[in-house]
Ligand binder design. Structure first.
Ligand SMILES: *Cc1c(COP(=O)(O)O)cnc(C)c1O
Length: 420
């Protein structure tokens, strides 16, 4: 089977792509960091042929750099796409993909609960350029059928931010195609290990490579994968002018991160699912949002990540819970080795532009969790202990404590662990 075969086990297929590089300069086993702005020519004839498009070779690192190209080729192979183009961030990938396919007067149809800065891009900058955006739940067939005729772009994110809703992409892409609508999908959460939207009929796949593709929380980067024609359009008409290119060093970090994508995702998936299942049974948790919890994954999605969210009951002091965690640290982003937590109350309070947490109604008592690679039992004791400590005790418990104190005994039975 070729490394690009479709039917095989996704782990074996991805591993074959990320494990090897052939024919590297000096027989190196890892692509070198080609840290140069420009590339020189031996003759005017060679320079002319390159400018005329007769030979493809690097000219200037804003357009093409060999280290960046090695990363793009790996992502294209992982996504079962003809080509890919790297960007300085996930948002650069998203804005470039969208700007490549809209003009004034156009309309975007977007899934609700999109990544907050994608929402702000649509609601501020694109609005100023005369592009309107309409939001819907793609599970609402009627709304979808009514909105697609005349739209320019269908913008999807699956699973989506905070709510972790996952959609079957193939029927959505087919419907969009019938109306001549370009489908763009944010695949950062599922990664190409578990979902290849282009293979499912979607036109362009965007990633925040800052998350799982890099996987080590040490770089901000983005990439778009798709057909040679559509990626060519972004390469020729968007990247050179917006100039949001990826650096060679960051491409090298991403190539390094990609080597272990299958192994990391297997660990994130197993850990997060176990934590989500246990939290769902916890009396202080009112709901858990995970794409695979008590439901089956939509066709085309073969696995899940370390990301999920939980709604905490009224009895829990949410700030106390987040601050009481030792392994889950307070911080944005996700996709690295470390576990992270963000409470929705922070995003509800966010100033500076339209607020998607409020517009889409992210539950205020929600926390988003990213399960890192620390190990499931350590992470579970961290969550369980902090939940216990941050949950307001019942009136009965409080009276009990007072009675104990009066009797001269300590009332510390609610504490667990040794570092109190
Ligand atoms: C982080 C993120 C982005 C933005 O990526 P950056 O690399 O931070 O610019 C886009 N989409 C999703 C789903 C994300 O989580």
């Amino acid at each position: 089977m070729s490394a690009n075969g479709h039917g095989a086990d996704p782990f074996a297929r991805a591993a074959a792509i990320v494990a090897h590089d052939a024919d590297l300069v000096g027989d190196a086993v890892v692509p070198p960091i080609v840290q140069t702005s420009l590339f020189t020519f031996a003759s005017v004839a060679e320079m002319t042929a390159t400018f005329a498009g007769e030979t493809a070779r690097p000219v200037y690192s804003r357009g093409l750099n060999p280290t960046v190209r090695a990363f793009e080729e790996k992502v294209a192979a992982l996504e079962c796409a003809e080509d890919a183009l790297a960007f300085a961030s996930g948002m650069a990938a998203i804005s470039s993909a969208v700007l490549g396919f809209v003009k004034p007067g156009d309309r975007i149809v977007s899934v609700t609960h999109v990544y907050p800065d994608a929402f702000r891009l649509f609601e501020t900058m694109l609005k100023r350029f005369g592009v309107a955006t309409q939001y819907l739940d793609p599970a609402d067939d009627e709304a979808l059928a009514a909105s697609l005729p005349g739209a320019a772009v269908l913008y999807l994110e699956s699973p989506n931010s905070w709510m972790m809703e996952a959609h079957a992409l193939a029927p959505l892409a087919a419907l969009a195609k019938r109306h001549g609508v370009v489908t763009i999908v944010d695949n950062s959460c599922a990664t190409p290990l578990f979902q290849q939207p282009h293979r499912l009929g979607c036109d362009l796949v965007v990633h925040s490579a800052s998350k799982y593709l890099g996987g080590h929380s040490d770089t901000v980067a983005g990439v778009v994968a798709g057909s040679a024609t559509q990626i060519g359009r972004l390469r020729d008409e968007v990247l050179p002018y917006l100039g949001s290119k990826l650096s060679a060093f960051e491409a090298w970090l991403l190539l390094r991160g990609l080597r272990t994508l299958p192994q990391r995702m297997a660990a994130h998936q197993a850990t997060a699912l176990t934590l989500a299942e246990r939290l769902a049974e916890h009396p202080a948790v009112s709901a858990v949002h995970h794409p695979e919890l008590r439901r089956s994954l939509p066709p085309g999605l073969a696995g899940t990540s370390g990301l999920f969210s939980a709604e905490l009951s009224e009895a829990v002091d949410i700030a106390g819970f987040c601050e009481g965690l030792k392994l889950f640290r307070l911080g944005v982003s996700w996709g690295g080795h470390e576990s992270l937590v963000v409470p929705a109350l922070v995003t509800h309070a966010q100033a500076g532009g339209p607020n998607p947490a409020r517009v889409f109604g992210v539950p205020r008592r929600m926390v988003r969790l990213h399960a890192g690679l620390e190990g499931v039992e350590l992470l579970w004791s961290d969550l369980a202990r902090s939940l216990e400590r941050s949950t307001r005790r019942t009136q009965h418990d409080a009276e009990d404590d007072i009675a104990h104190r009066r009797a001269g005994r300590g009332a510390d039975r609610h504490r667990i662990g040794t570092d109190a």
